[in-house]
Structures are given as C-alpha cells and as structure tokens.
Ligand binder design. Structure first.
Ligand code: KG4
Ligand code: ZN
Length: 350
C-alpha cells in the first residue's frame, strides 16, 4: 500500500518512541525506554520520565530516519500523542512534534494514545473488520473499546461511532496490579514479565477474587475491571502465611494471581464481542505480551468463533509507529490537522 509518509512521536509514559510508516507499511520503529531509571522506585516517576524524553527525543528521531532510510524533508506529516498520559512527558513529545512540523512546513496531527494502540494492528494484520473489540491492557490503562472507525473520533466524521469505550478499570490498571503484586512479593519492577515467568505453579492453588464479576456488579459494571481488591487479597494471603511462620510458595501465588487477572480480562473481552456482535478481538498494551492471557484468549476466542488479532509484543507496548499509523488513518479519512495551539491533555478521552 502506498500513502503519505508519516512520522509518529510517542512520549506519554516512560517510552520515547519515533516511528515512520507509509500507509500500512512499517519503515521504522525506534524506542528508548527509561524503565531502568524507574526500577528502584517501583513505578514510573513522572519527573524522571520527562527528563529522559527530553534527552532521548532527538537521538531516537535520528535513529528512526536512519532505519527507514528517509530524510526528514521527505516526511509528509507529523503525528504525536496528545494524551492521555503523564502531563510532563506528553509535553516533551508535543513540543518536539510542533517544532518539527513547523520547521518542515508539514501538517501536524495530535492523536489519542489509546486509539494508537488499536491502530497499530493495521501494520500487522491489515484492515480491521468493524465493529471489532479491543482489549487494552498496560501499566497505565485497562479498557475495552468498541471500534467502529479507527480515525472516527479524530476526524470527527458525521454519524460514525468512532471508538467507544465500553468499560475500563475503576481502580488499578492490570499492569499496575502486576507491578504492585510483584513488589509485595519482593520481585523487581516491572513486575509483569517477572510474574509471568514465576507463574509456574498451580493456578487453582489459591482462589483469589475476580473483581466486578458478581451478578450484582455485572449489572452496573459489565465491561469494567477492578484489580485493587485482588492486590489486597494477595497481600493479606502473604501476610497470614508469614505470620503463621509458613513459607510463601511463589510459583503458586504468582500463578493464582495471574489466573485471576487473565480470567477476568478474557471473559469480559469475549462477553464484549458477544454483546456487540464483533467477530474480531484485538489486544494491545504491555500486558498483552502475557503468555497466560494470550493462551486463555486464544482458547476462549476459538470457542466463541471470534478471530483474535495479536500484534507482536514490540508493537503492543508504547511506540511511535502506532501514532504514525493512527495519524495516517486520520489523514486518509480527511481529518483536519491540529493547529499550532495543540496542547497535551493528560486525561484525553478515547
Ligand atoms: O504498554 P506498556 O509498555 O506501558 C504503559 O504502561 O503504557 O505496559 C507496561 C506494563 C507494566 O505494568 C508491565 O509490568 C506490564 O505492562 N507487562 C506485563 C508483561 N510484560 C509487560 N504484564 C504481564 N505479563 C507480561 N508478560
Ligand atoms: Zn500505552
């Protein structure tokens, strides 16, 4: 596919990403992560993330141009994450994108980070049948989206549903729950991959709670999630074992915790497909790399006759290519460029 040559900039959390795409063809996707700088604090420190973006932005941009073998002057448009995310982090990307678009005399498109996680799938699997359901699971967000038109919201097309949020976490994000539980088990940050590897025990060893799945909760929160009760349940269980002088069977605790998270995520995602007649389910965000989540979703999607679209892990986590391809969709849909007054919005709705 041909199309405009679009450069995308992402800086909403702890990854500085610059991606370059032409249509649905991925030409470059460079990411500089500051995750190691946050490790000793057990979570992302906004001030440190902002400073790291400032230092990494131009080198990452240069690497992306080299990887794609394009000169900046060839770029047709610049897309950037305008939100949601950490304010100080977003501002660095928006300022860089504005400067670049201004210097090159090219249009600038401020786009939504969550919609970017959906759009990135186009690079891997081509056009997305609609309606589709997207499950976004990362350290900062956990939501179920109904996707009718990827560019719909940004291009403000009349009559289109665009992307609608069916539900979201009412407290911790799924990745945040992994990170917090890892911390209380004495495991390093980020906890998701560590717990994923440690979860070699019996997933039924401990019956941890499944948030917002009781009949009463489902009435009001059918597509919402809650993980803070689960985190507390793990903490209580560990405390009780230690108080009683018993050892903590890490492999069983990790497997049982992981099962509780993945059971709820996959059950609600497939329920959303059933409720909306969506035949395709796509997943994105760092937690989408989780082995158990992928296996459970594959099993349940096959049973329900739903096609599962899983981008490769490097495209699931925050990156610039997802912003570039979303910008491309907005351009192809005839969306208007953002003006020079484009700002960042830390709680930008999808
Ligand atoms: O999308 P991402 O890279 O950054 C944002 O939060 O936006 O996601 C990072 C999150 C972290 O909470 C990390 O612990 C989690 O994704 N994560 C995982 C796995 N790999 C990363 N969680 C569970 N299993 C994994 N394999
Ligand atoms: Zn993200």
């Amino acid at each position: 596919m041909t199309g405009p040559l679009v450069l995308g900039i992402e800086s909403s959390c702890d990854e500085t990403g610059v991606g370059i795409v032409r249509g649905h063809e991925l030409l470059a996707n460079e990411v500089a992560s500051s995750v190691e700088l946050h490790a000793r604090f057990g979570g992302v420190v906004p001030e440190i993330a902002s400073r790291a973006h400032l230092e990494a932005m131009l080198p990452t941009l240069e690497r992306a141009c080299a990887e794609a073998d394009v000169d900046l002057t060839e770029i047709d448009a610049v897309a950037v994450t305008a939100g949601p995310g950490l304010m100080g982090a977003l501002v660095v990307g928006v300022a860089a994108a504005k400067a670049l678009a201004y210097a090159l005399g090219k249009p600038l498109y401020g786009v939504n980070h969550l919609a970017g996680h959906v759009a990135v799938d186009l690079l891997e699997h081509g056009p997305l049948p609609t309606p589709s359901v997207a499950l976004l699971v990362s350290g900062g967000h956990t939501s179920l989206l109904l996707v009718d038109d990827i560019a719909g919201n940004a291009s403000r097309k009349e009559g289109g549903r665009g992307i609608v949020e069916l539900g979201a976490t009412i407290d911790d994000a799924a990745g945040e729950a992994y990170d917090k539980v890892a911390r209380l088990l004495g495991l390093p940050y980020p906890g998701g991959p560590v717990i994923d590897r440690a979860a070699t025990g019996d997933p039924r060893a401990i019956a941890f709670p499944r948030g917002l799945t009781s009949a009463r909760d489902l009435e009001r929160h059918r597509f919402d999630f809650s993980f803070s009760g689960l985190k507390t349940a793990v903490a209580r269980w560990v405390e009780t074992r230690e108080r009683d002088g018993l050892d903590v069977p890490l492999a069983d605790v990790a497997a049982s915790f992981q099962e509780a998270v993945c059971d709820v995520l996959s059950a609600k995602a497939l329920d959303a497909c059933a409720a909306t007649d969506a035949r395709d389910l796509l997943i994105g965000g760092g937690v989408a790399a989780n082995g158990r989540l992928r296996a459970l979703l594959a099993e349940r999607a096959a049973e329900a006759g739903v096609a599962l679209r899983t981008p490769r892990p490097g495209l699931c986590t925050d990156n610039g290519a997802m912003i570039a391809v979303l910008g491309t969709e907005v351009i192809l849909a005839g969306g208007r460029p953002s003006g020079p007054e484009l700002g960042a919005d830390s709680s930008l709705p999808v």
